[in-house]
Design a protein around this ligand. Structure first.
Ligand code: NAD
Ligand code: ZN
Length: 360
């Protein structure tokens, strides 16, 4: 038996307003005046001076707004990397992502691809990256995915939706400023927050569970219950807590794995373009056979916050479409093995999944 020896974020700063320290944090990392910092910022912040006026641009630094209507694609990463390579003689001093899971993943992937040849689709999988990434910084503006702490960057490629999982993926620096999340719309707050909740339930109820994962998972779950059963979006304490729950949830799955909801949600996302957070909610709502307690509490949270999820999304799919979606879900073998056990193929069949998808 060999245990995972995984890398963590090297530096992290936490606190309301700590975003103001960005300039001081970056200054010593500037290689020279020709090697810029590139800031990828969610375009929801376009025109939002409260945030953007605090992004320290000097020399040839560049701010690039990115749309998060769709989740990151390998082709999008390749274009962003090519743009940078064509625009500057020197490699950037650093890549900074400011946004949700989508933008954080874009920053990680671009930082990797600047130092590795070929196309990003060639690196989807485990430990395929050869060279260290460019210095990269993650600044979440919405909490839940754990992308700020994870060893992966999830991309949709021509053939699959799969992460670039590598020792070079984690951020060199993370800035956790809960104040940046204050204007997240309520529905989105719930969907992305539930990503964290589902990470906890899938980790704590999985066969891969161990004391490392459990210790982080239990703390994150306790925080999620406080936030979603007692707190509210607008309450500062809840914002602080959710940012830390996201971190702990990410740490929990780093040393275990996610489960049924994630496997099936990847299928929905690949075929129908349904985003990660809401996709997990749509699936998790029907998983009482797998996570009875977790689903019961989820339904309570949903009710408390008046969230109504889309219904009947698979009603009009063809057999071929079901096949595509089911194959994506079934291909995520470690997720099923964690959820069900080594013999998962005995109970998880195409028919099982089709029956579940039909309920959604
Ligand atoms: P997201 O990044 O797509 O953002 C969701 C929405 O919230 C967007 O419309 C965005 O504009 C908006 N938003 C973000 N911050 C805001 C703010 N402060 N104020 C107002 N609006 C704001 O969603 P997400 O749920 O954070 O991330 C989902 C993505 O993360 C998916 O692509 C998924 O694959 C990925 N993911 C990655 C990991 C990982 O470990 N790398 C883990 C889980 C999910
Ligand atoms: Zn997730």
């Amino acid at each position: 038996m060999s245990y995972k020896n995984f890398p963590m974020v090297s530096r992290v700063v936490f606190g309301r307003g700590c975003f103001n320290q960005l300039e001081d944090i970056l200054a010593p990392k500037r290689i020279n005046s020709k090697a810029p910092f590139i800031f990828f910022v969610d375009d929801v912040f376009k025109g939002n001076a409260w945030l953007t006026s605090r992004i320290p641009l000097s020399y040839d630094d560049k701010l690039v707004y990115v749309s998060t209507k769709e989740e990151p694609k390998t082709s999008q990463i390749d274009e962003l990397v090519e743009d940078i390579i064509l625009s500057y003689k020197d490699r950037p001093s650093g890549i900074i992502g400011i946004g949700g899971g989508s933008v954080l993943d874009i920053a990680k992937a671009v930082a990797i691809m600047l130092n590795n040849d070929g196309e990003s689709k060639d690196y989807q999988g485990w430990d395929l990256v050869q060279n260290e990434a460019v210095y990269h910084v993650g600044i979440p503006t919405i909490s839940g995915t754990g992308a700020e702490v994870s060893r992966t960057t999830i991309l949709t490629g021509p053939e699959r939706k799969l992460g670039i999982n590598s020792d070079f993926t984690p951020f060199d620096q993370v800035i956790l400023d809960p104040e940046l999340t204050k204007d997240v719309p309520k529905d989105q707050w719930f969907y992305t927050g539930m990503d964290c909740y589902v990470h906890c339930i899938e980790s704590l109820n999985g066969t891969y569970l161990n004391a490392f994962s459990q210790s982080y998972g239990e703390k994150a779950l306790e925080l999620c219950k406080e936030i979603f059963l007692e707190g509210d979006t607008s309450d500062e304490e809840s914002q602080d807590k959710l940012m830390m729950a996201s971190w702990h949830g990410g740490m929990s799955i780093a040393y275990s794995q996610v489960g049924v909801a994630h496997a099936m949600s990847y299928g929905l996302s690949y075929l129908l373009g349904i985003k990660h957070g809401i996709g997990n909610c749509i699936v998790f709502d029907h998983l009482e056979d797998y996570y009875p307690e977790g689903v019961a509490v989820f339904k309570q949270m949903k009710k408390k916050h008046n969230i109504s999820l889309p219904q009947g999304i698979c009603a009009n799919l063809s057999d071929k479409e079901f096949d595509i979606m089911i194959n994506v879900a079934l291909s995520l073998e470690p997720l099923w093995e964690n959820a069900i056990g080594k013999n998962w193929k005995k109970t998880i069949t195409k028919e099982t999944l089709k029956a579940l998808y039909l309920k959604m």
